[in-house]
Write a protein of this length. Structure first.
Length: 214
C-alpha cells in the first residue's frame, strides 16, 4: 500500500478528487496518511479531517526564519513516512533539500500545458489570466515529478482543455480543474501506486498505458 502525504495551500479540490478516487476504488494500492498546509485557513485541512485523515498546518509565520520553517515542513512530511508526496495546490516553493529527499517520489499538478504558462509567477489564477491575455485556444493541466527547477520535472500526464469565448480566469480555472486536473491527478497516482511509472533519462515511461484509464 502506497503511503501518500498531500501538501496543500488552499481549497483542496484536487485533494478531494484524490480522496474520492480512493473511496470509489479508482485508485488502488494507495492511502492518504497525512495532509500538510502552510496556510492555517486552507479549506483542504477541513476536507482531510472530515475524512479522518491527520491534517497539520506548518506556517512560516510561526518560525523565526525561512530555514526553520523549511526544516519543520520537511520534518512533518517525513513523519508520515510517505512513499509519495503529492503537491495539490501547494504554493510553497519546495526547498532543495526536500526535493532531493523525495526524488522521483514527489509530484505536482500545474494548471497549464507545460512548458507553456509555467515557471516563476505562474501559479493559481495567474496562470489562467496569462492564458487569456495571450489568447491561446487550448490550455490544460500537467502532472509532473518535482525537481529543483520550477515546473521543470519529468512530465507524467497532460490533458488539453479548450478556451471559450467569454471566459474569465475563474471560469477557465474551473473548466481546467473539472476536465483535466481532477482526472489526471488521480490517474497519475493510480499509475504510480501500481508500479507502472518509471523515469529514464529525465523522461517518464508508463507501462501498458492507454490515456484516460480511470
Ligand atoms: C489548482 O488549479 C492547481 O493546479 C494550482 O492551484 C489550484 C489549487 O486548487 N496549482 C498551482 O498553481 C501550483 N503551481 P485546489 O486547492 O482546489 O486543489
Amino acid at each position: 500500500m502506497l503511503r501518500i502525504a498531500v501538501l496543500v495551500s488552499g481549497g483542496g479540490t484536487n485533494l478531494q478528487a484524490i480522496l474520492d478516487a480512493i473511496d470509489s476504488g479508482k485508485i488502488t494500492n494507495a492511502e492518504v496518511v497525512g495532509v500538510l498546509s502552510n496556510n492555517p485557513n486552507a479549506y483542504a485541512l477541513e476536507r482531510a479531517r472530515k475524512h479522518g485523515i491527520e491534517a497539520v498546518c506548518v506556517s512560516p509565520r510561526d518560525y523565526p526564519t525561512r530555514a526553520a520553517f523549511e526544516e519543520a515542513y520537511l520534518a512533518q512530511t517525513e513523519s508520515w513516512t510517505p512513499g509519495l508526496v503529492v503537491l495539490a495546490g501547494c504554493m510553497v516553493v519546495i526547498p532543495e533539500k526536500m526535493v532531493n529527499a523525495f526524488k522521483n517520489r514527489m509530484i505536482n499538478i500545474h494548471p497549464a500545458l507545460i512548458p507553456s504558462f509555467c515557471g516563476k509567477g505562474y501559479y493559481g489564477l495567474h496562470v489562467h489570466e496569462k492564458v487569456l491575455e495571450r489568447g491561446v485556444r487550448v490550455t490544460g493541466a500537467t502532472v509532473h515529478f518535482v525537481d529543483i527547477g520550477t515546473d521543470t520535472g519529468p512530465i507524467i500526464l497532460q490533458k488539453a482543455v479548450y478556451v471559450q469565448e467569454g471566459d474569465t480566469p475563474e471560469i477557465l480555472q474551473r473548466r481546467v480543474m473539472e476536465q483535466a486536473e481532477w482526472k489526471i491527478m488521480p490517474e497519475a497516482i493510480n499509475l504510480i501506486a501500481n508500479g507502472r511509472v518509471s523515469v529514464e533519462d529525465g523522461k517518464v515511461k508508463i507501462s501498458n498505458y492507454t490515456f484516460g484509464e480511470i
